[in-house]
Ligand binder design. Structure first.
Ligand code: GRF
Length: 195
């Protein structure tokens, strides 16, 4: 049975989708949900599912990324995960951290990468007059929102859409895409999932 740790910063809806998918004949189980915000609502939601939770508040580290990440590594390595999923984790990670978990850390990003790495992805797609938007699951490298693509889901951009309505439509796809990619990934299958 593969062990999966999930890193969150906020509500954790992707974390919930992942955790709920890892049941029955699924080859993996969640062993830790870890947040950089002790008040992240997703921590209570994970605990309610019986998943061990922990938090390392990034604020006391006052921008010292290495020290913050050393504390993250301590929590993570104690849970001995085979795979790490970043799910709405909003801290930029150093090359030291991404290198330590190279080839076993995933991230979900709310755009059709390589378009729109970074923030405000939905507004940027609207401003560009795109016909479609979506989300991407990729393997994490030292370059932000980059790395081998393991899955993508597309949605139409509709007349009258704003960033909020588009984000809501994309989030529904995120909750389908991330579990589908994870299931393949923990079985050693890197064939991209396309929804
Ligand atoms: C998602 O849209 C994800 O793609 C982005 O942050 C949002 C987090 O949502 N990185 P949640 O915390 O999983 O609900």
């Amino acid at each position: 049975m593969k062990r999966v740790a999930i890193l969150i910063s906020g509500g954790g809806s992707n974390m919930i989708a992942l955790a709920r998918s890892m049941e029955g004949d699924h080859p993996a189980r969640p062993v830790l949900v870890l947040s950089n915000d002790p008040a992240a609502p997703g921590l209570d939601r994970a605990a309610a599912l019986g998943i061990p939770v922990a938090a390392v508040d990034h604020r006391p580290f006052k921008g010292d990324r290495s020290a913050f990440e050393a504390a993250l590594v301590k929590k993570l390595d104690a849970a001995a995960p085979d795979v790490i999923c970043l799910a709405g984790f909003m801290r930029i990670l150093t090359a030291g951290f991404t290198g330590r978990y190279a080839g076993r850390m995933l991230n979900i990003h709310p755009s059709l990468l390589p378009k729109y790495p970074g923030l405000q992805t939905h507004q940027r797609a609207l401003d560009a007059g795109d016909a479609e938007a979506g989300c991407t699951v990729h393997e994490v490298t030292s370059v932000l929102d980059d790395g081998p693509i393991l899955g993508q889901a597309r949605v139409p951009i509709l007349a009258g859409d704003d960033a909020e309505s588009l984000a809501a439509r994309v989030l529904v796809q995120e909750h389908a895409l991330y579990p589908a990619v994870l299931r393949r990934y923990v079985s050693g299958d890197r064939t991209p999932v396309l929804l």
